[in-house]
Design a protein around this ligand. Structure first.
Ligand code: ADP
Length: 898
């Protein structure tokens, strides 16, 4: 490219319509017109040596009226032999080519560029057979046209070279203006190249050009690569003067640089915006898809608006409303996909759902009606009911009185929960039960702070949300079952809840705003008093429900449980009858509990069995031919039998069988013969409930061998009869204890053994059998029901009795049970739970109970009908116990030194 070219004086001319080929530029053209094909063929294709052609820009005549170059007329498209035409060279350096055919006017530029073919390929068009050429041309140097003529079909021109000679070039190279310009140009060119190379990641490749190619040629090459207008191309072609050419090139390169920079900026901006909006668009699409999958199509915007409306109508106090609004504002700013969005929403939903002001309307309390209500729901419990009425009376007189919190304490199934719900009914308030059994974490009461993942409000706030009024009767069930561990002490949180001074601003960690609990009526239940922390107990008024006697249970069953169970199973007394005797059987042989829950369960089992039978028989009733199937309402029919009435009560929309009035009574009775009630008998009891679980002979069988004694213990389920077994084997005098015993009971066993050993001679034990209790005997004591943990001091007397029975080989009386703590010296100390224990003994058919003398005062609480059936024996010392425990008294008493 750098070499100088020897131009011939005449060149074949290829017109370039509205285009310019600059020196150094390479283009690929396709020649199809006959004139250009001819030109290529003759000037390039058929020549052995490398041919040159001239590329001369032409402008459509129609395009401009102010032609910048000469206007030449030509004859195109005819192959009819050689023609020659004169070019008039005027002062304006323009030429006019007169051609025979003046149909088309073309403005020829007077300067062109000589070009050589780098590559030629010839093709034949099908099916016309026309020859075409594809030519890759490289522009070499400028020339000016002296005279243009046609040779055959194409033009030729007499030309003169325009480029400077070597000497001229050298001279210009010294020109300081030129040097400055060429530096400027190189700087601009270098910048452009580096930008382009950076973009195309082809660093270093184009830069070589700058070092190897002379600057005036570089100017052409650069400009040729820009997309500039035809006019600008022409003016570049006309810039023969190197300084002019360079300044033009500099201007164009600068312009190009600028446009690249601006374009880059715009792309960056657009790309940034696009990628952000595209991302959002994608995410939204995904979210919509997920929502559609979940069937959750409602719009978030609407949701938030609905939430706001709900919050407005929640009646929050003003300070809390402000807090809620702040949170709502935060929520509105968040995107639903943002991490905190959901938790914030759930929180606001809670704020909106809580009954800040909503309360059940309190009607004027009617004490008489309340009493009737309590009586109709519960049998017995006279004292308890009385206390409840007192409580209600105080509330009536002083509604905002901060009365004590009632706490019902007693074994399961004695009616604690149902009493609490009766209180709610009497007050006309909603009832909510919060189970505290097993709550060890303070957060269960007070909630977790919202900073925790999965945080929730505490059970109280949650309960209030569910009940949706701020003044319900709230039952804190099993308050004795809360425990404390590393996660805090729920009892201390409950203290705040139950303290009337503090609970008007209860602070739930999740809620984080105070909630007024002072309108809530709290009632608590517990099985035992002992585990309740004293400060908590101090806030409550304990009402004990000790459990029922079998007679009470019978009455409860007959009056309350059986009607309820029948109703729950869609039965009536006309379909199932459970006679008193059978209920007694159930009480004595199937349930030995303080409450009536198992009794109710067993009665329910009988009702289920009866329901199956009734349903089966009902299907088997043959319809008399006079019985029509009608869908008319049954009530209109006077003849509806109890069976039908019952079905009506069930209220199904089934087609009902209606007996027309005309049917005679005989037929009716025969149709419903099956309606004669099913009466529960012993056989049915055994079939449904299985063989009896308890019988009165148990104690007698158990104590049939020496070494067994009958004790009375107290558990969370009320009192129970507990057997103690002792046996001795050859050994080293050790004591073995089994039956999941606690430390206290183990110590009692030690004391008992030591006492018996110490009294062995007095009791004639060693002498009687000739066995030394002090040596060579291991003693094993076992408390049956080995899986149940046992502890407490009240088994002392029972343990001694078992040991004495073992070593004296005398049997204990089967009708006797005992309880009492014993000191090392044989004194019998009082124990707790006497009432429950005596009731348990009564349930088990025990006729005599040995009690510590100092428990005499507790007998007042025991129902008189129980005491009437029992012999209570009071003991001061261990010998008194032994005296009563054995059939023929304590024959060794006279030997006692005590
Ligand atoms: P608790 O809460 O003490 O464990 P519940 O209150 O759940 O016991 O009572 C168990 C069942 O026994 C309930 O159906 C209840 O109505 C019934 N019940 C208990 N005591 C009586 C009673 N004195 N009169 C009538 N039904 C009773």
């Amino acid at each position: 490219m750098a070499e100088s070219v020897e131009l011939p004086s005449r060149l074949g001319i290829l017109p370039f319509r509205n285009k310019v080929l600059l020196p150094g530029a390479i283009i690929r053209i396709r020649c199809t017109s006959p004139s250009s094909v001819k030109l290529v063929e003759q000037e390039l294709w058929q020549r052995e040596e490398k041919g040159l052609i001239g590329i001369l820009p032409v402008r459509d005549a129609a395009e401009t009226t102010t032609a910048i170059g000469p206007v030449l007329s030509q004859d195109v498209g005819s192959d009819s032999g050689e023609r020659s035409s004169r070019v008039h060279v005027g002062a304006s350096d323009s030429h006019r080519l007169d051609a025979k055919n003046q149909q088309e006017n073309m403005h020829w530029h007077t300067r062109g560029v000589a070009a050589r073919a780098l590559h030629l390929s010839r093709g034949v068009e099908k099916p016309s057979g026309r020859v075409t050429y594809i030519v890759v041309l490289e522009g070499l140097c400028r020339f000016s046209v002296q005279e243009l003529s046609t040779r055959g079909t194409y033009y030729t021109a007499r030309i003169s070279p325009l480029e400077m000679t070597k000497a001229e070039m050298e001279q210009v190279g010294q020109d300081p203006d030129f040097m400055t310009l060429s530096r400027q140009f190189k700087a601009a060119a270098t910048e452009l190249i580096s930008i382009l190379e950076q973009k195309q990641k082809t660093e270093g490749r184009t830069k070589v050009l700058l070092e190897t190619v002379p600057v005036h040629k570089l100017a052409d090459i650069f400009v040729a690569s820009f997309e500039i207008s035809f006019e600008e191309q022409l003016s570049m072609l006309d810039s023969v003067d190197l300084k002019v050419r360079l300044s033009k090139a500099i201007e164009l390169v600068d312009r190009h640089l600028q446009s690249i920079r601006v374009a880059e900026k715009i792309t960056q901006k657009v790309e940034g915006q696009l990628s952000k909006s595209q991302k959002e668009f994608l995410l939204r699409q995904q979210m919509r898809a997920i929502k559609e999958e979940l069937g959750d199509n409602d719009d978030d915007e609407d949701d938030v608006a609905a939430l706001e409306r709900k919050m407005q109508s929640a009646g929050m106090p003003s300070n809390i409303w402000k807090h809620a609004q702040r949170e709502l504002r935060r929520l509105k700013k968040m995107q639903p996909q943002q991490p905190g969005y959901n938790s914030s929403r759930v929180y606001l939903e809670l704020l909106a759902d809580l009954p800040w002001q909503k309360a059940s309307e309190e009607h004027e309390l009617d004490l008489k009606a309340a009493k009737e209500h309590l009586d109709s729901d519960h049998y017995g419990l006279v004292k308890v009911k009385q206390r409840i009425i007192e409580y209600l009376a105080v509330r009536k007189l002083k509604p905002d009185a901060r009365g004590p919190v009632l706490c019902f304490v007693g074994p399961p199934g004695v009616g604690k929960t149902s009493l609490a719900s009766s209180i709610a009914a009497a007050l006309g308030r909603k009832f909510i039960r919060i189970s505290l059994g097993g709550v060890k974490d303070e957060a269960d009461i007070r909630g977790h702070r919202r900073t925790y993942i999965g945080s929730m409000p505490g059970r109280l706030i949650d309960g209030l949300k569910r009940v949706a009024v701020c003044n319900p009767v709230m039952l804190l069930d099993e308050i004795d079952k809360t425990g404390s561990d590393v996660r805090g002490d729920p009892a201390s949180a409950l203290l705040e809840v139950l303290d009337p001074e503090q609970n008007n601003a209860f602070n739930d960690h999740y809620l984080n705003v105070p909630f007024d609990l002072s309108k809530v009526v709290f009632v608590a239940t517990a099985n035992r008093l002992q585990p309740i922390p004293p400060p908590l107990l101090d806030r409550m008024e304990v009402i004990e429900l000790p459990g029922y006697t079998p007679e009470e249970k019978l009455k409860i069953a007959m009056r309350h449980l059986i009607p309820r169970v029948l109703e729950q199973h869609g039965l009536s007394s006309e379909l199932l009858q459970i006679p008193e005797a059978m209920v007694k059987h159930v009480i004595q042989r199937y349930t030995r509990e303080a409450g009536v829950r198992n009794l109710e369960r067993n009665l329910a089992a009988l009702a289920r069995a009866a329901a199956v039978r009734v349903a089966e028989q009902e299907q088997a009733v043959p319809l008399s031919k006079d019985v029509h199937r009608l869908a008319s309402p049954l009530l209109e029919n006077r003849l509806a039998s109890p069976l039908l009435e019952n079905r009506l009560a069930d209220g199904g929309e089934v087609e009902m069988e209606v007996i027309p009035m005309a049917v005679n009574n005989h037929e009716i009775s025969s149709a419903f013969r099956i309606a004669s009630p099913l009466v529960v008998d012993e056989a049915m009891l055994e079939k449904v409930l299985g063989p009896p679980r308890f019988d009165d002979r148990e104690a007698a069988e158990r104590v049939a061998t020496p070494g067994v004694s009958v004790g009375l213990v107290w558990t969370a389920f009320g009192g129970e009869v507990q057997f103690v077994e002792a046996t001795a084997t050859v050994g080293k005098g050790e004591l073995h204890l089994t039956g999941q015993l606690g430390d206290v009971i183990k110590e009692s066993a030690q004391i008992a053994l030591t006492w018996v050993r110490a009294r062995a001679t007095d009791l004639k034990l060693a002498a009687s059998e000739g066995i030394s209790l002090l040596e060579g005997r291991d003693v094993h004591i076992h408390f049956p029901a080995g899986a149940v943990p046992k502890d407490g001091p009240s088994a002392g007397v029972t343990l001694v009795t078992a040991l004495v029975s073992l070593f004296s080989q005398k049997r204990m009386r089967a009708d006797t049970a005992m309880t009492g703590e014993m000191t090392l010296r044989g004194l019998v100390l009082p124990v707790g739970g006497v009432k429950d224990k005596i009731l348990a003994a009564h349930r088990c058919g025990v006729k005599r109970v040995i009690l510590p003398e100092r428990n005499l005062k507790d007998l007042v609480e025991v129902p008189t009908e129980v005491l009437a059936n029992m012999e209570i024996l009071l003991a001061k010392q261990m010998e008194d116990v032994l005296e009563q425990a054995f059939e023929d008294g304590c024959p060794w008493r006279q030997h006692s030194k005590l």
